[in-house]
Design a protein around this ligand. Structure first.
Ligand SMILES: C[S@@+](CC[C@H](N)C(=O)[O-])C[C@H]1O[C@@H](n2cnc3c(N)ncnc32)[C@H](O)[C@@H]1O
Ligand SMILES: Nc1nc2[nH]cc(C(=O)O)c2c(=O)[nH]1
Ligand code: SF4
Ligand SMILES: [Mg+2]
Length: 218
């Protein structure tokens, strides 16, 4: 049984694939926070910008089989019109909550058979199933990483207990700093200038702004 908070068609707003048309599938639940505000201060991850509780969002629900969820996701990809010369590869991004609590090899294989490339946004504390085409790891404080290689490492910045230097030798193709959005924490200060300064001083790192929030597309 897969529990999905919401699923929607949008553009990837973050990291190296920013701007790419994507179906987002947001699984319910996380291993680092209950999702309740009352627990935020004592959680293992304290700055989350997302509601991942339950299955009541747009196109959310409970899915008994990989086939049922894959068909639900595939139906959100636009049908290619007859005069389209170039055919874009359908792309699904599994996120959450923490997607590696639920994503399995059967669901990935079924999406491949529907022609999808499969991307994952994970906190890196759980071992991924085989078959993922694009793996984004976003470390959270001092929580130990189970994943030390992948396509991109996207660090929310600043985190006192997770400085970039701690990750710069890991086996990723791309390294991004994403300024911490303080709105969910009810704080005024912006972190964009700090992340910009770090990237300019340390050119291994690139800046990831959350395009969907700036442009307002989800
Ligand atoms: C909501 S998380 C879900 C996936 C997974 N649990 C994780 O943490 O990577 C999706 C992305 O949003 C980032 N994120 C969460 N809260 C944020 C915030 N306040 N500011 C900027 N990025 C944030 C995460 O680091 C992650 O890259
Ligand atoms: N457009 C858009 N891009 C995103 N990239 C990562 C997101 C996430 O919440 O995992 C996200 C999201 O919530 N929306
Ligand atoms: S690990 Fe990801 S989903 Fe879980 S609380 Fe942190 S940012 Fe949110
Ligand atoms: Mg998000």
């Amino acid at each position: 049984m897969y529990q999905v908070k919401e699923a929607f068609y949008t553009l990837q707003g973050e990291g190296a694939q920013a701007g790419r048309a994507s179906v987002f599938c947001r699984f319910s639940g996380c291993n680092l926070w209950s999702g309740r505000e009352i627990d935020r201060a004592t959680a293992k991850c304290t700055f989350c910008d997302t509601d991942f509780i339950g299955t009541n969002g747009i196109n959310g629900g409970k899915f008994a089989t990989a086939t049922a969820l894959a068909e639900h996701i595939a139906a959100l990809w636009p049908s290619q019109s007859g005069d389209t010369k170039q055919h874009a590869t359908p792309y699904v991004v599994f996120t959450g909550g923490e997607p590696l609590l639920q994503l399995d090899a059967a669901l990935i294989a079924t999406l491949h058979s529907h022609g999808f490339e499969v991307a994952v946004e994970t906190n890196g504390t759980l071992t991924p199933p085989p078959g993922i085409d694009w793996l984004c790891v976003s470390p959270k404080g001092s929580n130990p990483l189970a994943v030390t290689q992948g396509d991109e490492l996207k660090l929310v910045y600043p985190q006192a207990d997770a400085p970039p230097e701690q990750f710069s030798n890991l086996g990723f193709r791309h390294f991004f700093l994403q300024p911490m959005d303080l709105v969910p924490l009810n704080q005024e200060k912006t972190t964009v200038a700090e992340a910009t300064a770090y990237c300019m001083a340390n050119p291994q790192w690139r800046l990831s702004l959350q395009m969907h929030k700036l442009a307002g597309f989800d």
